[in-house]
Design a protein around this ligand. Structure first.
Ligand code: SF4
Length: 424
C-alpha cells in the first residue's frame, strides 16, 4: 500500500432535508460533562453552583470517589440565599476559600453555573474575575454554564473548553492541536501515530494538567476529536487558529481520514501517510469481523443526545452493514459535519432537536432492532420490547482511533447478542 485509498462516498446526505423539531426533549444537562472532564484535567476542580438536584445528578452520574480526594462538588444555593445577591457572593467566596486552603493541589477551578433561578441571578464570570484577583496566579478560576436550559450533556464540555480558550498562551508557531477530551490511552496512541507521520509539536485541549494547556495562534491548525465543540472551535478561530476539515476518528474509515487530513495539511506525502496507517488500519478491520457478523442487516435508530450520532451512524452503516432508520441529533453543525454527511447513505432520515412523543411514534413505526437513546428513554422503550443502548456510555468509553474500533462496535453488538440469548 503506497497510496491513500479514497473513501468511496455514497450518494451522501450533504443536501438532504432535515426534520427540525423543537418540542419536549429528554436529554441530560451540561453538568454531566464534569464526569469525564474532572478525570481528564487532573489538577482541576469543578464547583457546581446549583441546587440539590444538581448535586444528586452529579453524584449518581459520577459515583462516589472513595480512594481519591474528590475533584467536583456542589455549592448549594437555595431559598435561604435569596435574601441578597451579595450574601450569595460572600458565601461563594467563603466556600472557595475553604476549598483552596484545604486543597493546595488544585491549580484550576471551574465555577459551573446551573439553572435554578437563584443561580442565574449570580454573575459567575464576575465571581471568577474577583476570585482570580485574590487567589491567582497559582490558581486560575474560570466559569461556564452547565445549565439544562442552555446545554445538552455534551455541550457542557464545549462550554468548559470555550472558557479555557482565552486563557491559552499565545504563540504563532506551527502546531497541531487536538480538541476534545480523550482517554489517556487514546491520546498516547494518537501521539505515537502523529510522531510516526512526522507531525511535531502536537498539543491536546484539554491537557492532563492545567500548566500543560497548549498555546494557540496563527500557526495553529486544530483537529476536532469530538463533534460537539462548536463554541470551542469558534473561540480558537478567533485566536487565529484554523480548523482542519475531516470526519471524526470513529471506526477505521473515520480514523484513517482524520489522520490523513491532518498529515496532508502539514504537507506530508500520501505514500508516507499510507505506509504509517496501513498496519493499524488492517488490524482494526480484522478485529471488526466478529461484530460485523452480529450487526450487519440490523436496523438502528438514534434519538438525539450526544451529537455523536451522525459519525456513529456513518461507522455502523459503512463498516458494519447496519441499516439506518433515523439519525436524531440535538444540533446539526453543517460545517463541522460536512465530511460525515457526505459519507452517509443517500436518503437517510435525519432529524435535529426533539419532540419526544412524535419521535417515539416514529420509532414504533420503524421498529428498529436497536435504539440508541438517553437513560431516561431506555427503560420505557425496553418495556415496550425495544433493545436499547445508552448513548452516555459512548462518551464515557474510549472509542476513538484504530485500536478502539472493535470496542466501539462491541458496544452495539452486546445488546443484540443479549436479546438473542433471552429469546432462545
Ligand atoms: S443544572 Fe438544571 S437540569 Fe442540570 S441538574 Fe441542575 S437543575 Fe437539573
Amino acid at each position: 500500500m503506497n497510496q491513500i485509498t479514497p473513501i468511496a462516498e455514497a450518494a451522501g446526505c450533504t443536501q438532504s432535508p432535515v426534520l427540525r423539531e423543537r418540542g419536549q426533549r429528554e436529554v441530560f444537562c451540561g453538568l454531566t460533562g464534569i464526569v469525564w472532564l474532572h478525570r481528564r484535567i487532573q489538577d482541576a476542580f469543578f464547583l457546581v453552583v446549583g441546587s440539590r438536584t444538581c448535586a444528586h445528578l452529579l453524584q449518581s452520574a459520577a459515583g462516589v470517589m472513595i480512594f481519591a480526594e474528590p475533584r467536583f462538588a456542589t455549592a448549594i444555593i437555595d431559598e435561604r440565599d435569596l435574601a441578597g445577591i451579595s450574601d450569595a457572593n460572600d458565601e461563594l467566596d467563603r466556600v472557595v476559600g475553604r476549598l483552596v486552603s484545604r486543597r493546595p493541589d488544585i491549580k484550576m477551578l471551574f465555577l459551573v453555573g446551573s439553572c435554578p433561578s437563584e443561580v442565574i441571578k449570580l454573575d459567575l464570570s464576575r465571581a471568577a474575575i474577583r476570585l482570580n484577583k485574590s487567589l491567582g496566579p497559582d490558581l486560575r478560576v474560570l466559569s461556564y454554564s452547565g445549565s439544562g436550559i442552555e446545554t445538552t450533556f455534551t455541550e457542557g464540555e464545549d462550554a468548559c473548553l470555550a472558557a479555557l480558550v482565552p486563557e491559552l498562551p499565545a504563540s504563532d508557531a506551527a502546531r497541531l492541536m487536538i480538541v476534545g477530551t480523550l482517554a489517556e490511552i487514546v491520546e498516547d496512541q494518537f501521539t505515537r501515530l502523529f510522531t510516526e507521520l512526522g507531525i511535531k509539536n502536537v498539543g491536546f485541549l484539554p491537557a492532563r494538567q492545567a500548566a500543560m494547556m497548549p498555546s494557540v495562534g496563527r500557526g495553529t491548525k486544530f483537529l476536532l476529536a469530538q463533534p460537539f465543540l462548536a463554541g470551542t472551535a469558534l473561540g480558537l478561530e478567533r485566536r487565529g487558529a484554523s480548523r482542519i476539515a475531516a470526519p471524526f476518528p470513529l471506526g477505521v474509515e473515520g480514523t484513517t481520514a482524520w489522520f490523513t487530513a491532518a498529515a496532508r495539511s502539514f504537507g506530508i506525502a500520501d505514500a508516507h501517510i499510507a505506509a504509517v496507517l496501513k498496519a493499524p488500519a488492517e488490524r482494526a478491520q480484522h478485529a471488526l469481523a466478529r461484530q460485523r457478523a452480529t450487526l450487519a442487516g440490523n436496523k438502528i435508530m438514534f434519538f438525539p443526545d450526544s451529537q455523536l450520532e451522525i459519525p456513529l451512524a456513518r461507522f455502523l452503516s459503512r463498516e458494519l452493514g447496519m441499516v439506518l432508520a433515523e439519525i436524531g441529533t440535538p444540533f446539526l453543525h453543517r460545517e463541522h459535519m460536512a465530511e460525515e454527511l457526505a459519507l452517509l447513505p443517500g436518503g437517510t432520515f435525519l432529524s435535529e432537536g426533539q419532540d419526544v412523543e412524535k419521535q417515539l411514534d416514529r420509532c414504533r413505526a420503524a421498529a428498529p432492532d436497536l435504539v440508541v437513546c438517553g437513560m431516561g428513554l431506555a427503560n420505557p422503550l425496553e418495556a415496550e420490547g425495544f433493545t436499547t443502548k445508552w448513548s452516555i456510555e459512548l462518551v464515557f468509553t474510549p472509542v476513538q482511533g484504530f485500536e478502539q474500533a472493535a470496542d466501539l462496535a462491541e458496544l452495539f453488538a452486546r445488546p443484540l447478542r443479549r436479546r438473542a440469548m433471552l429469546r432462545v
